[in-house]
Design a protein around this ligand. Structure first.
Ligand SMILES: NC(=O)c1ccc[n+]([C@@H]2O[C@H](COP(=O)([O-])OP(=O)(O)OC[C@H]3O[C@@H](n4cnc5c(N)ncnc54)[C@H](OP(=O)(O)O)[C@@H]3O)[C@@H](O)[C@H]2O)c1
Length: 286
């Protein structure tokens, strides 16, 4: 049932935890966030996605990473992979790109401290910075990797051209892009399959449509019908659909509540037929 992380021998549960909702809202008590992480791990989840910027602004960079480190520090966390990212900043709560080698190096070194680890298993470039040559950003990640601070390099918010450029510099094990029933361009263009051909895990972010849209899934008649016939929820059916769209896809649903994390983990048991998958494909069709 598990899925390999890119070309590595690391195996992870097919559905990860997107930890962003535990950090950016700024109102969730620390113990509640820790409880969500513990429940996700108990339900089988072994891949946690975070970023240094999952916080409210530049003053609390690393908040989400420190929460995860604290949560994992109090349980047996062997086999749990934490993937983080660098390349953005949060002035006054805005999201801005910073892809210079100097910034990436200092961000990575702070993430090592905040995660309390000697090496980051998967470090992802959060987004290309139009003001910095992409090869300079990826080149710095490759240097951090050669120094042992990063074990594996991933990219986020990229297309095939940038992926090709990065693959000429170092081994890329993952690409993390938005992918859900409303935004399935990477499925339709063949990019997800291109990643698979290159032994790259495609990490599907905002798989429910994103923090602002996820409730819309409840209004999709096809999803509701399939949820009823599979004794599941529209959210679980959505994740089951993504898992069927490629064996290199790793959806990372966000969760601010225990019930969301646990229910998402149980979506691995929802087995959709090819016909059901085609019906869901039709939801996002123009
Ligand atoms: N690389 C990037 O640029 C980028 C951008 C955006 C997100 N991400 C990553 O992707 C992750 C997921 O994206 P997202 O958080 O934006 O959106 P999402 O996963 O599409 O939706 C998140 C919301 O859906 C609800 N939900 C999730 N699973 C559910 C379930 N099984 N049943 C009922 N409700 C459920 C959660 O509500 P509750 O909060 O109430 O539990 C959660 O806040 C993030 O956490 C982050 O790690 C990456």
């Amino acid at each position: 049932m598990k899925r390999n992380l890119g070309s590595t021998d690391i195996e992870v549960f097919p559905i990860g935890l997107g930890a962003m909702p535990l950090g950016i809202r700024g109102t969730l008590p620390l113990q509640d966030a820790i409880d969500v992480i513990h429940s996700a791990v108990e339900a089988g989840i072994s891949f946690i996605d975070t970023a240094n910027v999952y916080c409210t602004d530049n003053q609390d960079i690393g908040l989400n990473e420190r929460t995860i480190a604290q949560a994992l520090g109090s349980i047996d966390s062997s086999g749990i992979i934490v993937a983080t990212k660098g390349g953005l900043v949060r002035p006054q709560g805005r999201w801005e790109r910073r892809g210079s080698p100097q910034h990436l190096r200092s961000a990575c070194e702070k993430s090592l401290q905040d995660l309390s680890v000697e090496a980051i298993t998967l470090y992802q470039l959060h987004a290309p910075d139009p003001l910095v040559p992409f090869s300079d950003s990826v080149g710095e990640l490759a240097r951090l990797q050669s120094e042992g601070k990063i074990l594996h390099v991933g990219l986020s918010n990229v297309g095939q051209d940038l992926l090709d450029e990065a693959m000429d510099i170092t081994t890329i094990v993952s690409v993390q892009n938005r992918c859900n029933i409303y935004h399935s361009v990477d499925l339709k263009s063949g990019f997800v399959d291109y990643c698979r051909q290159n032994s790259i895990t495609y990490i599907a972010y905002s798989p429910m449509g994103g923090g602002g849209r996820y409730t819309e899934l409840r209004d999709e008649a096809v999803l509701s019908e399939l949820a009823a016939s599979h004794e599941s929820t529209v959210y679980q059916v959505t994740l089951a659909w993504l898992l069927k769209k490629g064996d290199n896809i790793l959806p990372i649903p966000g969760a601010g509540r225990i019930s969301s994390a646990v229910s998402s983990a149980h979506a691995v048991h929802v087995d959709l037929s090819a016909d059901e998958v085609r019906r869901i494909d039709g939801i996002g069709a123009p």
